[in-house]
Ligand binder design. Structure first.
Ligand code: NAD
Length: 416
């Protein structure tokens, strides 16, 4: 994943004319934290996990990025995802840098008490390097509002009342209205813009979706409300399809009870990985990274791939999509709705003020559309794909901020 994020960076850096030295500086994280998270399990035996926080860049503001609880979490994955956050926050133009982290654990094998203890222990070990003006975590795979509430509480024990240390908190605990749905809503908004250019709307399309967690389920719900047919959904245990479109509300209810789409009675079962090559107009990967590869990219049947997940497409697959005329809306743009509303939440926390849901949705739509337009403008002007354009825009914004903070005599030419 790190190799892929570097590949996309260098492709764009060539457009911007970044020197090797500046590339090295930009790619090197500000700080990499690796800690042992030792806790006592329900069976009174010691549990041992590794926790990571990679702080990548702070030129444009405090660092920002999710916390993931998954067995795949390691320094390399966190570094790749922290990189992406730096570019993402710049693309949607929110005043943050990039960070990412998590704990190498499988929450499916932990009780709620164990998860709670692990979270508090981890916060105890990173509390000196996070904070409302330093680095602000948020939810990611297998973490949610409940976990964010625990983080706020633990951090506040040492620093006083600090709701702005973390976003994605429960709404009744200084969270923002609309944060939970934000990433899924952003995915829908960006897809709407893509379709507008094709003189189409959501009611004209069929969608296949991998992942039905926070991002996937909200994206499905909101697209379905606008008339899109969700024809196939796959998750970590199985898949379910219906050519006439799944009943998304019923599927959401099923998943809340069973924690998987597998077994849903309102459709036909299939092998989870087949969702990526399902016959649908739009494919939305909304689970883990590196799922679209050279081995399956030739078989993808969708005309559009909207990357709701982080880093789902390897560079080889990206190249194949490009050659096949499949339009890829990159993660750094498509899933930036979450960090955008995280910014609104942080701003509300700092101001001790609350926004109504209508304001959150209106501002999110405005940020996402503006970001989409800025990226497509760069793509048209520089005759390149959306991902390269998004990275070019982001690199220019980050570099401009970095240079304005000091007196670098070795500058890059941003006037082109
Ligand atoms: P989540 O934990 O709520 O849901 C993850 C989903 O992925 C679940 O449906 C799970 O079954 C599925 N999944 C896990 N392993 C799988 C596998 N091997 N095959 C198929 N499906 C699998 O996580 P989320 O918050 O919805 O995040 C999903 C993706 O979106 C991640 O890549 C995350 O980094 C990205 N993202 C999340 C946010 C956010 O606000 N939560 C913001 C930006 C990007």
């Amino acid at each position: 994943m790190l190799e892929a994020s570097h590949y996309y960076f260098h492709k764009a850096a060539d457009f911007v004319g970044l020197s090797t030295k500046i590339r090295d500086i930009v790619l090197t994280p500000v700080r990499v934290v690796k800690v042992e998270v030792i806790t006592e399990g329900d069976d009174a035996k010691l549990k041992h996990h590794l926790g990571f926080r990679v702080q990548h860049n702070r030129a444009r503001g405090p660092m920002k990025g999710g916390l993931r609880y998954h067995p795949s979490v390691d320094e390399e994955e966190a570094t790749a995802l922290a990189n992406l956050m730096t570019w993402k926050t710049a693309i949607v133009d929110v005043p943050f840098g990039g960070a990412k982290g998590g704990i190498n654990c499988d929450p499916n094998e932990l009780s709620e008490r164990e998860l709670h203890t692990i979270t508090r222990t981890f916060v105890g070990q990173i509390k000196e390097v996070i904070g409302p003006t330093l680095d602000i975590p948020a939810p990611d795979v297998n973490t949610d509002a409940r976990v964010m509430g625990w983080i706020m509480d633990e951090y506040s024990k040492f620093n006083g009342f600090s709701p702005g240390v973390v976003t994605g908190k429960p709404v009744h605990l200084f969270g923002s209205e609309g944060r939970e749905e934000a990433t899924g809503r952003g995915v829908m908004l960006v897809l709407e813009e893509v379709l507008k250019e094709q003189e189409k709307s959501l009611s004209d399309i069929t969608v296949a979706l991998q992942g039905f967690g926070n991002v996937g389920s909200f994206a499905a719900r909101l697209m379905h409300e606008q008339g899109a047919k969700i024809v196939a959904v796959g998750d970590h245990l199985g898949g379910v399809s219906r050519a006439e479109g799944l009943d998304v509300a019923a599927l959401v209810q099923w998943v809340s009870e069973h924690r998987t789409v597998k077994g849903f009675p309102g459709g036909d079962a299939f092998n989870s990985e087949d969702v990526l090559t399902w016959k649908a107009d739009v494919l939305i990967p909304a689970a883990l990274g590196d799922v679209l590869t050279k081995d399956n990219a030739h078989d993808v049947q969708a005309k559009f791939v909207v990357e709701a997940a982080n880093a789902p497409t390897t560079p080889e697959a990206d190249e194949i999509f490009h050659k096949r005329g499949i339009l890829v809306v990159p993660d750094v743009l498509a899933n930036a709705g979450g960090v955008t509303v995280s910014y609104f939440e942080w701003a509300q926390n700092i101001q001790q003020f609350r926004w109504e849901i209508d304001r959150v949705r209106k501002e999110l739509a405005s940020h996402m559309r503006k970001a989409y337009q800025s990226v497509t403008r760069v793509a048209q002007d520089r005759h390149t794909d959306l991902r390269t354009a998004a990275f070019v825009l982001a690199i220019e914004r980050v570099a401009e901020a970095a240079m304005s903070r000091t007196l670098f005599s070795e500058a890059i030419d941003l006037s082109r």
